[in-house]
Design a protein around this ligand. Structure first.
Ligand code: ZN
Ligand code: ZN
Length: 419
């Protein structure tokens, strides 16, 4: 692993890497003086974690604490651990994270592990381990999903991930290319990324303001293999770009981000929909998904690849077969234009309109910060251990807003905003 680590590091532009670290601290997190920071990262991303710690302390961070995962170490479990291991999770760790978030610690997650890491492992063990982890993670996830604190996700160009995105390149070239793609999508290929983000946030806010004014009761998606009406939750609110956490800090949770999104009504989704890009879920590729909804619930699900995993996911709990998010992204988004499939939701969800199975975001309600979980459920907000985004938009998909009197207002035509 040490070789791998120094190898990636020598291939990556140090100036842009440093800008990514600074952008994560100043735009992604808006880390406040005295605030603590918890970082989770792949072991190979240590050079980026070090840059982040430096910028965090310069911004006045109290304490920066990293937690690392490692691909080899994860695989060792599947190779050597006793069967009982796969129902275990580090509850103590997530309880500690939840405690840290309650004490206003900010959270930074770095993604970059091999998306196919577990694809050759026993699916039953993978699904048991995922489930145990989801349950253990719940107390911490609630505070992230509830937007209690400022948090941010960014990416590191891990070698295995880079080889998956650029299969015809040497490992070194693949890492260079993925690094460049991450830097461009994260707007750190510009001289002044912080100004670029301010401009981008302003444009996304124009769209959310228009959607929030219109207060559509549903969205209607129409395209090849898709005729879907997604009811929107009562008192839903659209978000996009920077938004304000319950602790009062305005941050950009996802870097990159191109989406505006809100909460669907868990019981008012009807019709059928086909995915337009493959979904990479915990090491499995799920492709050509097509599902049918009745009264908000998926009653029929097919996929040309990974159907077993998809069906297991839908059985995770009552809310796993219902929607927790609907998001609009133009087909001309920079990530879509790159033409790359990243096999990673942080990027791929910004290439197309998407929906997410599972947990909704409390912040996507008017006055969401003050609503109890019961009130959110009563307004149509979904609850689940999972939140999985999958892409349903393309240049062939049209979207209308549906008003309370069933009047239709065009929003997207051929994958683009109407105005
Ligand atoms: Zn989304
Ligand atoms: Zn999502």
């Amino acid at each position: 692993m040490m070789n791998n680590m120094s190898n990636e590091n020598s291939l990556i532009d140090p100036v842009k890497l440093d800008r990514l670290a600074e952008t994560a601290v100043k735009v992604g997190l808006q880390l406040q003086p005295g605030q603590d920071l918890l970082i989770t990262a792949p072991s190979a991303a240590l050079p980026l974690v070090r840059r982040i710690a430096e910028h965090a302390y310069k911004a006045g961070a109290g304490l920066v604490v990293p937690f690392f995962t490692d691909e080899q170490l994860t695989l060792a479990r599947y190779q050597f651990a006793p069967d009982g291991s796969f129902d275990k999770a580090a509850n103590w760790l997530y309880e500690g994270m939840a405690k840290a978030f309650s004490a206003n610690t900010a959270r930074l997650a770095i993604v970059g592990d091999d998306p196919m890491l577990l694809s050759a492992q026993d699916p039953a063990k993978v699904s048991r381990a995922n489930k145990a982890n989801s349950i253990a993670y719940q107390p911490a996830l609630e505070k992230i999903a509830g937007f209690d604190i400022n948090w941010n996700i960014i990416a590191w160009p891990g070698t295995a991930w880079a080889k998956l995105v650029f299969p015809n390149e040497t490992a070194d070239n693949a890492v260079r290319k993925l690094a460049d793609a991450i830097f461009a999508a994260s707007r750190v290929d510009r001289e002044d990324p912080i100004a670029a983000w301010a401009d981008h946030n302003a444009k996304l806010h124009e769209k959310t303001a228009w959607l929030n004014q219109n207060r559509f009761s549903a969205l209607h998606f129409k395209g090849p293999g898709t005729d879907l009406t997604v009811g929107l939750a009562d008192g839903h609110e659209w978000h996009g770009g920077a938004s304000t956490a319950k602790n009062g800090i305005t941050c950009n949770p996802n870097i990159p981000t191109e989406e505006v999104f809100t909460t669907p009504h868990a019981h008012r989704v009807e019709g059928h929909v086909s995915s337009t890009k493959p979904l990479s879920y915990n090491g499995t590729l799920i492709d050509n998904i097509s599902v049918r909804f009745e009264a908000g619930r998926i009653v029929e699900a097919k996929a040309s690849r990974g159907e077993d995993v998809l069906k297991k996911v839908l059985e995770t709990d009552e809310g796993a077969a219902r929607l927790g998010e609907v998001a609009l992204v133009p087909h001309s988004s920079p990530i879509s234009k790159s033409g790359l499939l990243f096999f990673n939701t942080l990027f791929d969800e910004n290439a197309a309109c998407h929906i997410a199975l599972g947990q909704c975001y409390a912040k996507c309600f008017l006055d969401g910060a003050s609503l109890t979980p019961e009130q959110i459920a009563a307004q149509g907000g979904n609850k689940s251990l999972i939140h999985i985004d999958w892409m349903i938009g393309s240049n062939e998909v049209d979207i209308d807003g549906v008003g309370v009197n069933n009047e239709h207002v065009p929003i997207f035509r051929k994958g683009e905003w109407i105005s």
